[in-house]
Design a protein around this ligand. Sequence first.
Ligand code: ZN
Length: 498
Amino acid sequence: MEWNKAVQQMELLQKKKYALTCASSSLYLDAVTVAPKNTSEGRGVALSILAGEEQKLMTSPETRALLDELAEHLDELDLVHRREVEELRRDQEQLARIPAEEYMAYSELTNRASDVWHKAKENNDFASFCPVLQELVDYNRKFAGYYDASKKPYDALLNQYERGVDMEMLDKFFAQLRQTIVPLLKKIAEKPQIDDSFLHNYYPVEKQKAFADYIMEVMGLDRGHCGLGETEHPFTLEFNNKDVRITTNYDVHNVASSMFSVLHEGGHALYELGIRDDLQYTRLAGGVSMGVHESQSRFYENIIGRSREFIGAIYPKVQEFFPEQLGGISAEQFYRAVNKAQPSLVRTESDELTYCLHIMVRYEIEKQLIGGTLEAKDVPAEWARLYREYLGIEVPNDREGCLQDSHWSGGSFGYFPSYALGNAYGAQMLHNMEQTVDVAGDAAKGDLTAITGWLREKVHQYGGLMTPADVVKNACGEFDPSYYTAYLTRKYTELYGL
Ligand code: ZN
């Protein structure tokens, strides 16, 4: 086969794959936004067919022959096409090992599980979710073997979200974080606590929506290419680098909730919008890994969004949106309130300091579930035990306990550590960025242009062109969690006068 013809065929293959992903994503977006609540069954049928078609497309003898041929001539391809071949072959080999019936049955299961989980959470009824959770765990243990039989099952799953990361690395990483965070929390407990009561006044949804629009404007998000919707759990969904959707949730008694979720999802969106045009509709479009994605979202949410400089810059405008609620509150009071550190039950509402402890609880549980030493029925008790041990608090019910997150119901085991890794990558990126960008000075002016420009240059543009480890190296140098622990120590020592 001629070269350019084989390359063209590979491009068409990737566009077909893109189209199937768009169809599944649209169904998902519909399900969580406007679809009436008892309509999931039909979508489940469609989703399982789409998943089956994708698997067929990727594992057909024609596709295999095409990729095999291209792989024999990797040296003659340019970098982009070479990387496409490498990644597509990796996907193909993995998919080919999963029996088609299992793949479709699993897609149907995750669709059903999300429904069961929603109702279970609403009714605080773990018993109804428990058998589905066990099924999901069993599937994931089996799939782990298909992904990479040479690895321990949980390592194989971790590798799906952050290639190169395993339990050995994470055990050390989390131990280092705990050694920093737990003593800081103990010292904070001895100090007078920050007053954040004014964040919980009544903040009308309409005003919060206008405020969210303003935050997107400050972030430089082009509304012609990035939509903002409303869902129970905020998320980012990308179709391509010209069409990204983010969502938020408005709580009338918590102005910080939507504010920081828009900063967070906006960070994900900037990443997707910043990926190069020539990678679109290929396997290399989209953020490279969950960990790198979270480094971007949490960079805007915490490192910038919760900095004294940025709060100072936007605060006059914040007061204009909420004159009655915040008229008598200073920027410094607001800054302190949104950084209040305190052990709590719910991960998504937790502060920057305790956040990683919530992740560690989930990591320990996943490790045992996938390792086969814990059954689904024992998750609530283990959850309570770990919250007591890591955060020193009692879990009053499963709704605010092991039913709070959607990840497991979606079949994601091994995702959670990405959040903690993202935090640590971000802190190291900050250190490197400060060598050439006046980060604090720019944040104090509310001008994020140079900051986003740096991230675009070092991270965003590449999409999947580099591996996650290479992207991290490019932006951070050799990964070292000490930058993150130093950042937390500096910030909270100053904030609480420790
Ligand atoms: Zn995120």
